[in-house]
Write a new protein. Structure first.
Length: 126
């Protein structure tokens, strides 16, 4: 089995339940991966100033700073090209478009389709 211990993933979501679900699936898919958690975009941005990550998973709707604000800050303020995957509710086309327009690399819809999740994560972390 491949070890992903050399990779880091940041998961930003204000819902603890959703973070736990995402962590479960990331750990199952990428054994050994190192994970950081953030409760909103501002928290995620502060963590990104302190540590390098290989992939960012972010919800679009969060307090303090939303996903679009985080993506914009990562691209413009930090000048990082780290792959960013947005997590959106299935019907929220507007959020998906907004996230992609500001620099996200991909998206996953809620409720999470495990095959889409696996394909998207592996596409951007490899």
């Amino acid at each position: 089995m491949k070890s992903w211990s050399h990779k880091r993933v940041l998961v930003a979501d204000d819902s603890q339940t959703m973070r736990m679900l995402l962590l479960f699936h990331v750990i199952k898919l990428l054994p050994g991966v190192r994970i950081s958690e953030a409760v909103n975009g501002l928290d995620a941005l502060e963590r990104l100033k302190q540590e390098h990550v290989d992939l960012i998973l972010t919800d679009m709707n969060m307090p303090e700073m939303d996903g679009a604000g985080l993506i914009t800050a990562v691209r413009q303020e930090l000048r990082q090209d780290t792959p960013i995957i947005i997590i959106t509710t299935r019907g929220e086309q507007r959020d998906r478009k907004r996230g992609m327009d500001v620099g996200a690399n991909g998206y996953i819809t809620k409720p999470i389709d495990i095959l889409q999740f696996r394909e998207t994560i592996l596409k951007f972390i490899s």
